[in-house]
Design a protein around this ligand. Structure first.
Ligand SMILES: [Fe+2]
Ligand SMILES: [Fe+2]
Length: 489
């Protein structure tokens, strides 16, 4: 969580373990449109060390009232929208690198007066014997949406877990003799790196609707399917909501994903609609501790090295890159992919995730320049280090490329997938793209939607893409399989 665009420098008390990287006093109004973006107020990063984790993460960017856990309960103290994410570092060669097999982050929301931020966890539902302190901060109201006083977001991290084990947990705490713990939830953490057992994961994106006022029935159906599928990791390729500053849209999004988000780690690459705003960073937990934290990260998940890149400001929109993000992320990506490509004997697959497609058959001419931006920034690195599968969103259909290398069909190379059917308005495509293997459309107005389920092991990466037929069914078995492919090593 970071980047606050309409407040000045942090003025509240700091935890002793926090460090301020830089600060700006300039204030800035909230954005007026979903494509208005930038970080005009300049980077303000406060980092902290989650208890018992041995890593540092970015925590705050100019928020008031940033707090360690304290024995204070407000009138609406019950933890809401409990969601799982990931902490850790982004440098695979250093201690503390993000590791979903031994750690997870959890975030939740309360009223602003509730400052108790505890996580307790353990191996069984009745033995939540490990208790760690979290932190919290207030995200103020914007656009007159959400509570006038703002919302307090809480975050805590569990570390030192045993790979592949199911962990039970609760968040909340006690104060004045009153308990405000959430229900007990559970997740199964990633298997040990490079393990031989098949690892299931899901991918989906572009869940926002046309006007931002429905209850996101397609996304709700997708999260239900993903939960039924047994996927342990959700890969989200961006564009959660229509307007990133509108808390009422985030409330709808969290309502639609609550059933999944408390038990499956969801990792996200930001879309253009998230606006790189505080509210986006507050709703996710991703690794990193620089001024550009939570915008890029990687981690090994069993046999897969996942790489997440925010490709908007600095890449698709290079002129508003005030945090020097482009140089930072591309240098990191080069080093990260090089290391991953050299580690194939242990972790055989490399899967990249970002929002704006590199290749596709979208008919919107305005998007040709966008594709050139991501192509020019990312492709040489993907080719150089032999990325196996690239997952993107943004263009609202499903498309799979042929296997490509150096902009041509190849026997060995990268498969480019766009799976942007989480409920957003459907877009049209041009026919006869020689690089394209498969295109599938959907109609969100009749509750159709698209999502993918994949399983990776040491030698195969199996992918099935599903189209929800409408307002029927509850599991992938009720849906139509619209594309299937297997990558082999
Ligand atoms: Fe989109
Ligand atoms: Fe988009």
């Amino acid at each position: 969580m970071r980047h606050l665009r309409h407040l000045g420098c942090l003025s509240a008390t700091f935890l002793s373990s926090m460090a301020i990287a830089s600060c700006s006093s300039k204030s800035d109004p909230a954005p007026s449109s979903p494509v208005d973006t930038g970080v005009e107020s300049g980077p303000v990063v406060v980092t902290y060390d989650p208890q018992g984790c041995g890593y540092r993460v970015a925590a705050i960017d100019g928020f008031p009232d940033f707090e360690a856990t304290a024995d204070s309960l407000g009138a609406d103290a019950a933890p809401k929208h409990v969601r799982l994410g990931l902490g850790g570092g982004v440098d695979a060669s250093k201690a503390g690198y993000a590791d979903p097999s031994t750690s997870f982050a959890v975030i939740w929301q309360t009223d602003v007066d509730t400052k108790v931020s505890k996580l307790r966890f353990g191996d069984t539902e009745t033995a939540l014997t490990h208790v760690v302190d979290g932190i919290s901060y207030i995200v103020p109201q914007e656009l007159n949406r959400g509570p006038e006083a703002g919302i307090r977001f809480h975050e805590a991290h569990a570390c030192g877990l045993t790979p592949g084990r199911t962990v039970y947990y609760q968040v909340g705490g006690s104060a004045g003799g009153k308990d405000v713990w959430s229900d007990v939830r559970s997740l199964t953490v990633a298997p040990a790196k490079g393990g031989k057992d098949p690892v299931p994961f899901a991918f989906f994106g572009d869940t926002r609707d046309a006007l931002g006022r429905s209850d996101l029935p397609v996304f709700k159906a997708i999260t239900g399917r993903v939960k039924v599928s047994g996927a342990r990791l959700g890969v989200f390729s961006g564009d959660a909501v229509l307007i990133g500053a509108d808390q009422s849209l985030w409330d709808i999004w969290t309502n639609a994903s609550d059933a999944l988000a408390g038990s499956v780690v969801v990792a996200e690459a930001a879309g253009n609609h998230e606006n790189e705003l505080v509210r986006y960073f507050a709703h996710i937990a991703m690794p990193g501790a620089t001024k550009n934290a939570e915008r890029y990260a990687s981690f090994d998940y069993g046999p897969v090295h996942f790489v997440f890149v925010d490709d908007y400001v600095g890449i698709v929109a290079p002129s508003i890159d005030v945090t020097n993000y482009r140089a930072e992320v591309l240098a990191w990506l080069d080093a990260d992919l090089q290391k991953a490509d050299g580690n194939r004997a242990n972790v055989p697959w490399v899967v990249t995730v970002h929002h704006h497609p590199v290749y596709d058959s979208g008919a919107d001419k305005a998007r040709v320049a966008e594709r050139k931006s991501t192509h020019d920034a990312l492709l040489s690195l993907y080719d150089k280090y032999h990325v196996d599968l690239d997952l993107a969103g943004h263009d609202h259909f499903y498309e799979r490329s042929k296997v490509l290398a150096a902009d041509a069909v190849a026997t060995k190379g990268t498969t480019y997938v766009i799976c942007a059917g989480g409920g957003a308005p459907s877009y049209s495509t041009n026919p006869d793209n020689p690089l394209s293997q498969s295109i599938v459309h959907y109609d969100p107005d009749t509750f159709q939607g698209l999502y993918g389920l994949a399983t990776a092991d040491a030698t195969k990466l199996d992918v099935k893409v599903y189209r929800i037929k409408g307002a029927v069914g509850t599991s992938p078995a009720d849906d139509e399989i619209v594309d299937t492919f297997t990558l082999s090593r």
